[in-house]
Every structure is written in C-alpha cells, then in structure tokens.
Design a protein around this ligand. Structure first.
Ligand code: NDP
Ligand code: HSE
Length: 425
C-alpha cells in the first residue's frame, strides 16, 4: 500500500530521508509492503532545484493537505515544530519526528494529544541516530522491568572527546569538524553543554520506567570544562572520559544525570568512538543489552525516520510483517573469500625448512606478513606465520601441502584474522 508523506525541514536529516528513499524506496516496498511516497517537501530555503518532488515554503501546505497520511517534522526546536505536530495529529495524520528537545520538554502535551489522535506519533530518530534503541526498549525488551539505562547519547561530544584524546585536537577544532559533518544541533551549545543528551536520557527514562521526567530534575553537565590534561591523566590511570547519561531506579527513586564520567578502558562503552553512540539497557530478565551505532548524521538518522514510517503504515493498515524472500542466495566461493590468516605449526629446526614452507605459500600466491619462531629445546619448535589477505581455497591447499612435509609434526593450525576496525566495520 502507498503511504503519502509530507516532509517539513530539508536540512541534514530531511535531505537524508530524501536520499534514502531515492535509493531504497522500491526495496522497502518489496520487503514491507509499504510504498513511501514523498508528496511535498517544505523548507524555508529554496530547494526546488535539488529535488524532484513538489516543494513549498509553508508548513501549513503540508499539514492541511488532506491527501497526506504522515507528516515528517525535521525542522527541530520548539516552535513552530510543536504547532506542526499538534495540528497534524488533530488533522488525523500520523507524525514522525526526530525532535528530542521538543519531546523531552513538552512530551506531556504531545503524548497526550497522540493518545487521543487517530494517527500515531513515532520518534525513533530522536535518540541514538540510526540505532533502533526506542524499538528495542518498547518491543524487544517489553518482557522486562528495566533497571537501568546508561548511554553515550550525543555524537558531537563523543566525536570531540575522541579527537581530543586520539589526535590531540583542540576542543574548538573538533567541534567545527563535527558541525561540518552534520552531527551538531543548529545551536551546538545543546550538544556541548549536555542538553541534547539530557533530552535523550529523559525520553529513554520515560519509556523505560513509564514515569514523567522533568528536565529540571536532571543533573546536566557538558564537556566544555574538560581539558586535554584531564583526558591525559584519565588515560594514564586506565580510564577514558565519556559524556554519559545514567538513569537507574533505586528503591523506586530515579537517579538520572548527564555528565562527563570516567570509565575503565575495559568497559564496553569505553571503545565507543567518534560520532558513535551506545545504549545499555539492564532488563530484569535479559541482564545487560547493548546497542551500538552511529548516533548522528544525515543517513543514519534518516534510516530511523524511515523505519518509523514503515511501522506506522504496517500497523495502521494491518499489513502482515512477513519475511520477504526474493530468490536463492548466491554464495561467495572459497576462491573469492579473501582473509588474512594465522598459521601455527610444529617443525624441526634446521636449515632450509623455512624456505620450503614459504615456497608452498608462494606457489599458492599467499603473501607472508610475519614469521615468529620460538627458540625452544625440543625436537619440534613452534613456527607462527601471519599472512596478508589470501583466498580461503589457496590456504586450504597450502595447509594440506605443508602437513605432508616429514619435518612438520602433527596438524597445521589455521585461524582467519578478521581485521575489524574499532567501530566494528
Ligand atoms: P537542520 O538545521 O540541518 O535542518 C532543519 C531544516 O529545516 C533547515 O533547512 C531549516 O532552514 C529548515 N526550517 C527551519 N524552520 C523551518 C520552518 N518553519 N519551515 C520550514 N523549514 C524550516 O537540522 P537537522 O536536520 O540536523 O535536525 C533536524 C531535527 O533532527 C532536529 O530536531 C534535530 O535535533 C534532529 N536530529 C538531528 C540529527 C543530526 O545528526 N543532525 C540526528 C538526530 C536527530 P534554516 O536552516 O534556514 O533555518
Ligand atoms: N546533535 C546530535 C548529536 C544529533 O550530536 O548526537 C543526534 O541526535
């Protein structure tokens, strides 16, 4: 079924939604049964030459268009965003928004209006950029009593802290870069003074504990007072500094704060770098569940907006969320699967052996990256070789050939090395 959407705000996130739909609209339809049509785009800037969709400068054109099912509010701030959302709900439309400031500060009124409305309100993009942390809490973890929510919830500040710690970049330089990459709020004070992340921990707490949370009761401290010296001293002590939202129920009392915190290098959140965010939910049934991904930026956030549109359309139109299988998978062959390898064997320790082994690798076009031989007083010595990327099929043949040598004792151990980078990509 077709769902007709009006998009208000064609900035970082709005333009991401447009780009995403240009690329994936057909596939989304095949996967979900929902065909997302962008009927009108509204922005105060003149964007008519950048898009192939009718544009307007007046949000009323979108909200008053009877043919529009879903209004996507992506201008940010309190007004006119609040009026847009309330008017759209009153007009029987559904609303998708990324506006955490508005929801955290005026959630009461908006949630109440959405309860009475025919349409739905969805805000996955308001927290954690592309991470489905709202859906995880509301659906995936619904069988739990949530005991705590802890998270790195702001991409801009995490990016700044990472660049300061890893490149010795100044605070101002790092902030400018974060702004250029589209991570920061229109007013970056909201990021660096902690208000943006505080809005998010407030919203997550409302969802986690079903209580009203007022911003005045949250201790909020940003990262503007953190210096390179603090980062250096923390590192020397085995800690990293992260801007953390912490929300836990202690004897039915909410402990909620947003502040720079030192966490040990060994903690899962310590390795969350750059614009990445991570949220840890502690459910009474599941224990800790951690979600990790890009917490800001055009396309990751657009992904969350689109997921909201699809789930609204599916629920309202009773579309069965069945698994879509297009055709049989085509599999990568062993010849084409390229991996680095660790190879360990036990061999006699005498002249010419290493060249025979390296000769086998060369014959299969496998390039050696490093060789370590331990000096031990035994008939067979351990030899450890790592390789550059080589085909899996070639490595299997090389292993078999090497095991045939009479100077090699036992089997050759081969383990692939997956060089994931620190963001998990
Ligand atoms: P941008 O400032 O990049 O985009 C907002 C756009 O809306 C601008 O083009 C702006 O024009 C336009 N606009 C402002 N007022 C109106 C109006 N009354 N009518 C029509 N257009 C208007 O913001 P983002 O895309 O970064 O953020 C949008 C929302 O998404 C915010 O709520 C933000 O908090 C949230 N968000 C942002 C993320 C990000 O990574 N950037 C991630 C997650 C959420 P002008 O600039 O001329 O005012
Ligand atoms: N300014 C926000 C951030 C955008 O840096 O995380 C995502 O909500």
């Amino acid at each position: 079924m077709k769902i007709r959407c009006g998009l208000i705000g064609f900035g970082t996130v709005g333009s991401g939604v447009y780009t995403l739909l240009q690329k994936h609209r057909t596939d989304i339809y095949k996967k979900t049964g929902v065909d997302i049509e962008l009927v009108t785009i509204c922005d105060v800037r003149d964007i008519k030459d950048t898009v192939n969709v009718p544009v307007t400068g007046s949000w009323q054109d979108v909200v008053n268009d009877a043919s529009i099912d879903v209004v996507i509010e992506l201008i940010g701030g309190i007004e006119p965003a609040k009026t847009i959302i309330l008017s759209a709900l009153n007009a029987g439309k559904s609303v998708v928004t990324a506006n955490k400031k508005l929801l955290a500060e005026s959630g009461d009124e908006i949630f109440a209006a959405s309860q009475k409305a025919k349409g739905a309100l969805a805000f996955e993009a308001a927290i954690g950029g592309g991470i489905p942390c709202v859906a995880a809490l509301r659906n995936g973890l619904v069988g739990n009593a949530i005991q705590s929510v802890v998270g790195i919830l702001n991409g801009t500040t995490n990016y700044i802290l990472t660049r300061m710690a890893e490149d010795g970049m100044s605070f101002d330089e790092a902030l400018k870069l974060a702004q250029a990459k589209g991570y920061a709020e229109a007013d970056p004070t909201f990021d660096i003074e902690g208000f943006d992340a505080a809005h998010k921990i407030a919203l997550l707490s409302m969802l986690a504990y079903n209580v009203r949370v007022s911003m005045q009761n949250i201790y909020i401290e940003g990262i503007t007072k953190i210096t390179s010296l603090d980062i250096k001293y923390a590192n020397e002590m085995g800690y990293t500094i992260k801007l953390l939202g912490v929300s836990r129920m202690v004897d039915d009392k909410l402990d909620i704060r947003l502040q720079p915190v030192m966490i040990p290098f060994t903690h899962p959140l310590a390795s969350v770098r750059n614009e990445f965010n991570a949220v840890m939910y502690n459910g009474d049934m599941t224990g800790a569940v951690t979600l990790y991904g890009k917490g800001a930026g055009s396309l990751p956030t657009a992904s969350a907006v689109v997921s909201d549109i699809v789930s609204i359309a599916q629920k309202q139109n009773g579309i069965k969320d069945s698994v879509y299988i297009a055709n049989d998978a085509q599999y990568l062959s062993s010849d084409d699967r390229m991996l680095r390898y660790y190879v360990r064997l036990h061999t006699e320790d005498r002249a010419g052996i290493l060249s025979k082994i390296s000769g086998v690798f060369a014959s299969y076009n496998i390039s050696i990256a490093s060789v370590i031989q331990k000096e031990v007083n035994a008939p067979y010595v351990p030899l450890v070789i790592t390789t550059h990327a080589a085909s899996e099929a070639a490595m299997h043949k090389a292993k078999q050939d090497i095991e045939q040598f009479n100077f090699v004792n036992g089997q050759v151990m081969v383990i692939p090395i997956e060089d994931f980078n620190s963001t998990g990509e």
